[in-house]
Design a binder for this molecule. Structure first.
Ligand SMILES: [Cu+2]
Length: 129
C-alpha cells in the first residue's frame, strides 16, 4: 500500500512539475527536461557569426550579417593576424595569435572591406544589412 501510494505521489509530483515547468501549449507528455537553448551551429544562428582565420585566409571570405549582429574572428593559424577595415565602418583589432579572437558588432548597414595588415592578400568583405 504505502509503496503504491508513494509511487502515485511521485507520479503526481512529476506531472505537476512537468506541467508547471514548460508545457505551454503542447501537452505531449514526455519528461523532456530539455535545455534547448544551445546553439551548435558555428556559423550563424542568431548568435555571433564566426569567421575563421586559417591558412592565411579569412574563411568564409565574404559574410553577410545584420546590423547589431556580432561578428567574431577566430585565429586558427599558428601565425598572428589582425583585422583592419579599409572601407566602411571602422574595424581595427590588435594583433592576436593562435586561439585568439576579436569581436565586432556593426552598427550600420553597408559594406566593409577589411584585411589582415600582416598578410598581403588576406582580405575579406563584411556586408551589413
Ligand atoms: Cu594575417
Amino acid at each position: 500500500m504505502t509503496r503504491l501510494t508513494s509511487v502515485l505521489l511521485a507520479c503526481a509530483a512529476l506531472a505537476l512539475a512537468a506541467a508547471g515547468c514548460g508545457s505551454s501549449n503542447n501537452g505531449s507528455g514526455g519528461a523532456s527536461t530539455s535545455t534547448a537553448t544551445s546553439t551548435p551551429a558555428p556559423s550563424s544562428s542568431g548568435g555571433a557569426v564566426v569567421i575563421k582565420m586559417q591558412n592565411i585566409q579569412f574563411d568564409p571570405k565574404a559574410v553577410t550579417v545584420k546590423v547589431g549582429q556580432k561578428v567574431k574572428w577566430v585565429n586558427e593559424d599558428t601565425v598572428a593576424h589582425d583585422v583592419a577595415s579599409q572601407s566602411g565602418e571602422q574595424i581595427k583589432s590588435p594583433t592576436f595569435g593562435h586561439g585568439g579572437s576579436f569581436e565586432f558588432t556593426p552598427t550600420k548597414a553597408g559594406e566593409i572591406k577589411y584585411v589582415c595588415t600582416l598578410h598581403p592578400g588576406m582580405d575579406g568583405t563584411l556586408t551589413v544589412q
